[in-house]
Design a protein around this ligand. Structure first.
Ligand code: FEO
Ligand code: CA
Ligand code: CA
Ligand code: CA
Length: 631
């Protein structure tokens, strides 16, 4: 998908009467509750006809041409009638002509030459009509499947294998027999791991907080890992986003857990990867600054297999989800960024210099220098719309001064979360992917869920995150002032609150564009195709019971941003999440990631069937009639 330089469609979504009617109805639902003082009670039934009336009058989408599919609990991928879903590449598949074939007992050397695990965000870079590069994140590993011993007594090579299964896979694709396929002969094929050399750039480069015994420069960092979602630039590079980096650190002896460690969740115990047992970098008793070297956005040039990836410290250090990059009308590069943790924040980077179309080299370091902002949202209680401002995170401004514990721009970036709190940023319900509509004026972000909202004092309910214990998540939309992405103010509303209208009759039922046929929870992956269809991928509860009854396995839906209509397009296998989305330029092939089928030993054997080990897989989706996906 291409989220940049598309100024071709200047439709003003907020001027659409159909969508306004829908938003009004959503607010009527809530206002009704407030007026009657009946939040959470049966009185909400009375509001349901309002919702139904609006749902009935909602303009039928002309953007979506496929027939919605039902929820599913089957151990397979289901797509609409007339569509085909086939496997492109799975964890452990060869990346090179001499790569060993997949086996659960493959060692680290084999894994270095194979597709990584837990496929996540990805981008399709076309080279010609028949040649392309697919760059995809490999977020993490599941010990229960990575090793035949399921993670008991992890050896040094086991750690190396896990580190090789993380990172980013760069794969050449070739179009053969009318289908995009993996080309193991491709000279651009490459596996970036948790030990590939990278360079730190921007304000934090060379700072004392990044120096370690192995790297006195504070610039030469080994590896990237927990690469969640992604972004791409119009100058042909790929952005990979480091998310839950904290879960890999432990301490071999007692250490002081500083406020900075705590704010990023670094503890003396890891999440079970055991890297620290064989790699001192991950033992904070031995390498206390190593956690500061992760939690960044990394820029990769997929067209040069010898290039050194660059960590972009100007985009701040937090648990990055994706990097939604757009070129503002004046040429500034703007990157919207979510920090996926309960009660964390939404950020925006604006480059100092401007993008010059077609001038490749002058664009290469645009992400090195600029200004980072964090969002503060306001509005009237009881409404699901309002205004907001972007607050600058610059050393010396807004109280980011030595008196308040910030000694340099480097420290503001390394501890961006602390800076955000200091300036009064709004706590959000886990910001996951951000996506910019092809009109380049409207921006959307999935807020996946938040069990602490309204429960922890630090995360009170607010206008933009209005539900206590929000188990379903919502999608917020904003429009920068005058359509200028560098502006410091914006207007926002909620495009959808997910919910279950079969189980609940209050705000937990969701907005009126949620019904029994399109229910889902925990929106996560998000992206637009060139026609403006919005694709929503879920990483939610797949119990299919209680709050989640009728929702089935994780899924992908398609939405029409003009009318608010949402249709289910795809359902995934057992215990997977659907994450990662890319299109060929003609939009006749869509690539979708199936991550961790069978997690926690759930009974999945996707995609090989039989009694095989389940494997994360990128699927290739096409139409039998060769048409555009979703149309
Ligand atoms: Fe890796 Fe927030 O999902
Ligand atoms: Ca995600
Ligand atoms: Ca998620
Ligand atoms: Ca995931």
């Amino acid at each position: 998908m291409s989220e940049y330089n598309q100024h071709n469609d200047q439709r003003e979504l907020d001027a659409e009467p159909a969508f306004n009617r829908f938003i009004d109805a959503a607010m009527n639902r809530r206002n009704f509750l407030r007026a009657t003082g009946a939040a959470g009670s049966v009185a909400f039934f009375a509001a349901t006809p309002v919702a139904q009336a609006v749902a009935g009058s909602m303009d039928k989408s002309t953007l979506m041409g496929f027939k919605a599919i039902p929820a599913s609990t089957a151990d397979t991928i289901v797509v609409p009638e007339g569509y085909v879903a086939e496997r492109l590449v799975s964890w452990g598949d060869p990346l090179f002509a001499n790569s060993p074939a997949f086996s659960q007992s493959n060692d680290s050397k084999a894994q270095e030459m194979q597709y990584g695990d837990n496929t996540d965000g990805m981008t399709f870079f076309p080279i010609s009509d028949t040649r392309a590069v697919l760059v995809a994140n490999n977020e993490y590993t599941n010990n229960e499947y990575l090793y035949p011993h399921q993670g008991k007594n992890i050896s040094a090579d086991d750690v190396r294998k896990s580190q090789a299964a993380h990172g980013v896979s760069i794969i050449e694709l070739v179009k053969k027999d009318g289908e995009w396929q993996v080309n193991v002969e491709g000279r651009l094929n490459r596996k970036l791991t948790a030990y590939t050399e990278m360079e730190m750039t921007g304000p934090a480069a060379g700072n004392d907080l990044l120096k370690t015994a192995a790297d006195a420069s504070g610039n030469k960092i080994l590896g990237t890992y927990n690469n969640c979602a992604n972004g791409q630039t119009p100058w042909g590079t790929y952005l990979t986003c480091e998310e839950n980096f904290n879960g890999y650190f432990a301490a071999s002896k007692e250490v002081e857990l500083t406020d900075e460690y705590k704010r990023y969740g670094v503890k003396d115990k890891d999440w079970g990867y055991d890297w620290w047992k064989h790699d001192d970098r991950f033992d904070i008793a031995k390498t206390p600054n190593e956690p500061n070297r992760f939690g960044w956005v990394v820029e990769i040039d997929p067209m040069n297999p010898n290039s050194t990836p660059k960590k972009r410290s100007a985009l701040g250090r937090f648990k990055h989800e994706n990097a939604a990059l757009t070129i503002n009308d004046d040429g500034h590069v703007v990157v919207y960024l979510g920090d996926d943790e309960r009660g964390e924040h939404l950020y925006k980077f604006v480059s100092k210099n401007k993008y010059k179309p077609g001038v490749h080299t002058s664009n290469l370091n645009l992400l090195e220098e600029g200004t980072l902002y964090v969002a503060k949202l306001d509005g009237k209680e009881g409404e699901i719309k309002g205004n907001g401002e972007w607050i600058e995170l610059t050393f010396g401004k807004n109280g980011l001064t030595p008196e308040n514990g910030f000694n340099s721009q480097a420290e503001v970036m390394i501890f961006a979360r602390k800076a955000a709190t200091h300036v009064g940023a709004t706590t959000m319900d886990r910001p996951e992917w951000v996506a910019v509509h092809p009109d380049n004026k409207h921006v959307f972000c999935t807020l996946t869920n938040n069990k602490y909202r309204g429960v922890r004092d630090t995360q009170p309910v607010n206008v933009a995150n209005p539900r206590v214990k929000n188990p379903y998540g919502h999608i917020i939309r904003w429009e920068p002032k005058n359509g200028d992405h560098t502006a410091t103010t914006f207007d926002w509303d909620l495009f959808v609150m997910a919910g279950n209208p079969e189980v609940h009759d209050d705000l937990m039922a969701g907005t009126p564009n949620i019904n029994k046929d399109n229910m889902f929870n925990s929106p996560d992956g998000l992206g637009f195709d060139a026609a403006g269809r919005m694709w929503i991928q879920t990483d939610g509860k797949y119990s299919n019971k209680d709050n989640f009854a009728g929702m089935g396995n994780n899924q992908m839906l398609c939405a029409d941003p003009k009318t608010g209509e949402i249709r289910r397009f795809l359902t995934g296998p057992i215990a997977c999440e659907i994450t990662g989305l890319a299109f060929s330029p003609d939009h006749k092939t869509m690539f979708v990631g199936v991550q961790h089928p069978g997690e926690d030993l759930a009974p999945s054997h996707f995609p090989d069937g039989g009694d095989s080990v389940p494997r994360s897989t990128v699927m290739r989706i096409t139409r039998k009639d060769g048409g555009v996906i979703g149309a």
